[in-house]
Design a protein around this ligand. Structure first.
Ligand code: HAM
Length: 429
């Protein structure tokens, strides 16, 4: 028989989470969930696979044609591994329309797949917090989105100067490109894709595209002025009176009154996905070593209606775990590995059953306990337990079993006591 040697590497662009990494993962996700619940959002879950049409309708050409993991299942159905949550959660809202009381606030933490070139902060399998409000067409929803984006960051202990929230509005983009400049909507669409790429492509390539889509030099100058405008908390004066800018004017004026001073207008912020219809937003690390967005989203009023129900307006965003992790690590906000709350019960002299019985008693009292039955030297066993960051050990040997009293040792200071099982429970609680 030929000997097989399998690779230990994970699938390209997908990440393994050994326990120490999973602990950090859980720390981040716990913070997200706690904050989402504080704003009144409820958790949901959805399948990993969807019919491909769910994304083909509105997610955009790049995501659907180049990045989706799509295949034909054994029953001949065209399916996709979810590349994002927004179309799926819109499907859920359409399906549950008669059961939900609107406005409904929903969140989930889930994994997604996109066939992208893996690099720092970009993976093929990645995790997102999705957080969306459905059925609120007031400006509260837009303001809440920006506030949520801020609080998700602030709850990590991040200071405002560590990150930026950038805002724009799809209606305003159309008002400038189609309304003011008179571009055909197809040309305007391609121009938005170019503006979105401004900082990711070579300056000559950007200039060439700009001249192609926007031939009038005064329009090019105007666009460059808008792109270069960076007064925090304000809109360029040339845009402030546009009716389509009023949501932004309002949100930018309200945020400082909530203590949020790191939000700014960015005409270059387009967002790659096609379904946005109003305010759009992204969160960035101010540390240039982590240039990819930590999260993004906006208003998308047209998705739920695609599922054959009366349209339901929606506002929401997603934070990505990888860039969020890089942000926290880069700013020293991820805690060191935490102590292990488990108690190690060491069976000595072959006293396995009494050790298991004691562990059972501790667990029944809500204390995590693992039994160590190995026959190695005691100092080796204690070393291994300390390496696991376990702080307490109980020795169960012949002498202890006879007397009914067990040695509880605090491994941090090596203090120890002879205690009855009930006293061990009381001491550990
Ligand atoms: P998105 O901008 O495609 O939006 O993704 C949101 C966040 O997910 C990004 O800012 C990034 O942190 C993370 N992310 C995206 N792709 C990857 C990847 N390949 N590897 C690692 N992280 C990634 C959406 O997905 C929208 N559906 C968000 C939304 C929710 N809009 C409304 N509600």
């Amino acid at each position: 028989m030929t000997k097989i040697k399998l690779s230990t590497a994970s699938y390209k662009g997908a990440r393994d989470f050994p326990p120490a990494e999973q602990q950090k993962f859980n720390f981040i996700v716990d913070g997200w969930k706690r904050t989402a619940r504080q704003f009144g959002y409820q958790e949901y879950g959805l399948p990993l696979l969807e019919p491909i049409e769910v994304y083909a309708a509105k997610s955009g050409e790049e995501l659907v044609n180049q990045q989706t993991y799509a295949f034909t299942d054994r029953g001949g159905r065209q399916v996709a591994i979810r590349p994002e949550m927004t179309p799926s959660v819109s499907r859920l809202v359409a399906q549950q329309k008669n059961n939900f009381t609107f406005p409904v606030r929903l969140f989930s933490v889930a994994n997604f797949m996109r066939y992208e070139r893996p690099q720092k902060g970009r993976e093929r399998e990645f995790w997102q917090l999705n957080i969306d409000i459905f059925g609120d067409d007031t400006s509260l929803a837009d303001l809440e989105l920006a506030t949520l984006a801020y609080e998700m960051m602030a709850q990590t202990g991040a200071k405002p100067e560590m990150f930026k929230i950038r805002l724009n509005d799809r209606k305003l983009i159309d008002a400038v490109l189609i309304g003011k400049m008179g571009l055909e909507s197809e040309v305007a669409y391609r121009l938005t894709k170019l503006l979105d790429q401004k900082d990711k492509i070579a300056p000559e390539e950007f200039k060439k595209g700009l001249e192609e889509f926007c031939p009038a030099t005064e329009d090019q100058t105007f666009l460059l002025e808008l792109l270069n405008f960076n007064e925090p908390g304000q809109l360029p004066p040339a845009l402030a009176d546009f009716p389509e800018a009023q949501t932004l004017v309002q949100v930018l004026a309200q945020l400082p009154k909530l203590g949020i001073t790191n939000a700014e207008f960015d005409f270059g912020l387009m967002r790659g996905l096609d379904y946005y219809t109003g305010l759009v937003l992204e969160v960035f690390d101010t540390n240039p070593a982590n240039p990819r967005s930590l999260g993004g989203g906006g208003r998308y009023d047209g998705l739920v209606g695609l599922f054959g129900v009366e349209p339901v307006v929606a506002v929401g965003m997603a934070f990505g775990l990888s860039t969020f992790w890089n942000f926290m690590e880069g700013h020293g906000l991820l805690p060191e590995q935490q102590a292990n709350p488990t108690v190690a019960i060491l069976a000595l002299d072959g006293q396995i059953l009494p050790a298991v019985q004691l562990a059972q008693k501790l667990r029944q009292a809500g204390i995590a306990a693992e039994v160590d039955g190995s026959e190695r030297k005691l100092d080796k066993r204690l070393k291994a337990i300390t390496k696991k960051r376990i702080n307490h050990a109980v020795f169960v040997g012949e002498k202890e079993v006879e007397s009914g009293k067990f040695t509880l040792r605090n491994l941090a200071d090596s203090k120890q006591d002879q205690l009855l099982p009930d006293e061990i429970v009381a001491s550990l609680q």
